[in-house]
Design a protein around this ligand. Structure first.
Ligand code: ZN
Length: 74
């Protein structure tokens, strides 16, 4: 019985050591998250409604809120 306890202690000890020796997950340091830059809001050249730059319809270098206004022009 004494040996059984000793055996368990040794096993637990070995497991603990093994766990401690495991290389910690090597992850490259992650760059800090970039602060989200609010998207530029551009006024429609036809009606003046501000739309996000990525959703603007561009015509002749001018932003428009929709295809319709791009067609109508400024
Ligand atoms: Zn418009």
């Amino acid at each position: 019985m004494k040996y059984l306890v000793l055996f368990v202690v040794v096993i637990v000890g070995l497991m603990f050591i093994k766990k401690a020796q495991q290389p910690r997950s090597v992850r490259p340091p992650q760059p800090p998250p970039k602060p989200k830059i609010p998207e530029a809001m551009l006024p429609c050249s036809h009606c003046g409604v501000h739309s996000p730059a990525s959703r603007c319809v561009w015509r002749d270098g001018k932003p428009y809120c929709s295809e319709e206004h791009a067609r109508l022009g400024s």
